[in-house]
Design a protein around this ligand. Structure first.
Ligand SMILES: CC(C)(COP(=O)(O)OP(=O)(O)OC[C@H]1O[C@@H](n2cnc3c(N)ncnc32)[C@H](O)[C@@H]1OP(=O)(O)O)[C@@H](O)C(=O)NCCC(=O)NCCS
Length: 170
C-alpha cells in the first residue's frame, strides 16, 4: 500500500497548486458564486511517491464576537485528486490541521461546506451553524448561501444569531 507523506508549508509550489486545484474547471462547485476567496496561509499537502494528491489549507482570522476576541482558523481548499479518493487522505490532513489549530490556541475552526459533505465533517467533530453569516465581497457585505461549519476548540462561545465574518470567504 502507498504511504501518504504529509508536508506542511506556507504555500504550495505553483505547479502543485495547478495539479491539485485546476485538474478540472470547478473542483469545489462554487464558480457560480463569482466570489473572490482568501488564500490559505498554511498548506497541508498529502503526497504519494512525491506526487501531491490531497490538500487542506488553513488561514488565521482574529474576530470580535460578543465582546470577546476569538481566533478563527478558516479551513479551505480541501481536495483529493479523484484517483486518490476514499483512502482516508482528507480525513488525515483534516486531523493534522486540527492539531495545528490546537497548538495555536485557535478557538474555532470554520469552513464553508456543501450539503453532501456535512456528514464527513460532522464525523470529525464539526458542527453546522444554524445562523446566517455575512462575508466581504468587492467592498460589499454579502450573506453567504453556503452554511458555515464550526469546530469548537476552547470554551469560547459562538454567539446566537447572524455573524459578520469581516473577511472574504475561504
Ligand atoms: C471531499 C474530499 C476532499 C474527500 O477526500 P478523500 O481523501 O477521498 O476523503 P477520505 O478518504 O478521508 O474520506 C472520504 C469521505 O468523504 C465522503 N465524501 C466524499 N465525497 C462525497 C460526496 N460527494 N458526498 C458525500 N460524501 C462524500 C465519503 O463518504 C467519505 O466519508 P467516510 O469517511 O465517512 O466514509 C474529495 O472527495 C474531494 O476532493 N471532493 C471534491 C472537492 C470538495 O468537495 N472538497 C470539500 C469542500 S467543503
Amino acid at each position: 500500500m502507498t504511504e501518504l507523506e504529509i508536508r506542511v508549508a506556507p504555500q504550495l509550489p505553483r505547479d502543485e497548486r495547478g495539479a491539485l486545484f485546476q485538474f478540472e474547471d470547478d473542483p469545489w462547485g462554487v464558480n457560480h458564486l463569482g466570489w473572490d476567496w482568501r488564500e490559505p496561509e498554511l498548506s497541508f499537502g498529502g503526497y504519494e511517491n512525491d506526487k501531491p494528491v490531497s490538500h487542506v489549507g488553513l488561514l488565521f482570522h482574529p474576530l470580535h464576537l460578543d465582546g470577546r476576541e476569538v481566533l478563527v482558523a478558516g479551513v479551505s481548499s480541501v481536495i483529493t485528486l479523484p484517483e486518490a479518493r476514499g483512502k482516508g487522505y482528507a480525513r488525515r490532513l483534516m486531523s493534522e490541521a486540527a492539531g495545528e489549530m490546537r497548538r495555536r490556541s485557535v478557538d474555532f475552526g470554520a469552513l464553508f461546506c456543501s450539503t453532501e459533505l456535512r456528514p464527513f465533517y460532522a464525523s470529525q467533530g464539526w458542527q453546522l451553524l444554524d445562523h446566517p453569516v455575512t462575508v466581504d465581497q468587492s467592498g460589499r457585505k454579502v450573506r453567504s448561501p453556503l452554511r458555515l461549519m464550526l469546530l469548537p476548540l476552547t470554551d469560547a462561545n459562538w454567539p446566537e444569531g447572524p455573524v459578520d465574518l469581516k473577511s472574504e470567504p475561504w
